[in-house]
Design a protein around this ligand. Structure first.
Ligand SMILES: Nc1ncnc2c1ncn2[C@@H]1O[C@H](COP(=O)(O)OP(=O)(O)OP(=O)(O)O)[C@@H](O)[C@H]1O
Ligand SMILES: [Mg+2]
Length: 245
């Protein structure tokens, strides 16, 4: 009679799982120079894994930063991290968001084409900055878009960091400036950014944060790009017309 120890059965399960993941990895969902994303053996999840010989991804830090955004509802929930000797083959497992989210149309495969998508993304990055996280590398393929509402979902926290003091102010100011530009009021963005950076350079970090927060709260109110706003000129023209009628 064939008898197996518990350890053997665990070993077999592990072997089968690794085989399944290897199969899935050979048919990836996405990824490029540094990483590959493929379906997990757990349905509804995906795995992100560093490419062999690529950058040394620190998935612990990446997962921590992503979790801050996931808690605010605009990054995939992290399911776990698996680490291996020497960091080779480390994996970050997270929620597969393809059910509700789709790729973002971009200009020349780089930045998202829809201005309002960029405004909403900047609003999210500002919220992250207020939580002490700076998220960079916002190319279209590092984001997805809700199929129903167009709401951005932020992917790829590989180029992100914890920020405090003036670095946090700059993260908030940069996101806000980008948002103003996307909204079609880049001139306001320039003045705003110069003001914040001047205060930082003068050592007035608290005042700089105050201005940055005021600018960001203005950005938070934008619901559509400036092209669709009623301009002051239009209002004056309407008032002038009203006097004739
Ligand atoms: N949680 C997810 N659910 C569904 N698809 C995802 C998810 N995360 C990533 N993807 C897909 O995988 C692609 C690559 O993801 P990500 O940018 O995080 O990997 P990467 O390792 O940084 O690749 P690269 O360095 O080339 O940008 C995304 O563009 C997206 O299509
Ligand atoms: Mg990426």
């Amino acid at each position: 009679m064939l008898r197996r120890k518990a350890g053997d059965i665990e070993g077999l399960a592990e072997f089968l799982r690794e085989g399944k993941l290897k199969d899935n990895r050979s048919d990836p969902i996405g990824g490029g120079a540094f990483g590959v994303v493929y379906e997990s053996d757990t349905p509804g999840n995906v795995m992100k894994q560093g490419v062999d010989g690529g950058f040394d991804n620190d998935f612990v830090e990446e997962a921590n930063l992503q979790s801050v955004a996931a808690d605010m509802g605009f990054a995939p929930r992290v399911a776990g991290i698996e680490r291996f000797a020497g960091g080779i083959g480390d994996r970050l497992e997270m929620e597969d968001v393809r059910g509700n989210f789709e790729p973002v149309p971009s200009i020349q495969g780089l930045y998202p084409a829809d201005p309002m998508f960029n405004v909403r993304s900047a609003q999210q990055l500002g919220q992250l900055a207020l939580k002490g996280v700076r998220l960079d590398d916002r190319k279209a393929d590092n984001m997805m878009r809700n199929k129903m509402t167009g709401r951005p979902m932020q992917l790829d926290f590989g180029i992100a960091s914890r920020v405090t003091a003036e670095d946090q102010v700059m993260a908030l100011a940069d996101a806000t400036e980008d948002g103003f530009r996307a909204a079609g009021i880049g001139d306001v963005g320039d003045i705003f950014r110069d003001t914040v950076y001047d205060l930082i350079n003068g050592g007035q970090v608290a005042e700089a944060m105050d201005v940055a927060k005021q600018g960001f709260s203005r950005l938070q109110k934008i619901k559509q790009p400036a092209g669709k706003f009623v301009s002051a000129k239009t209002i004056l023209a309407e008032q002038a017309l009203a006097e004739f009628t």
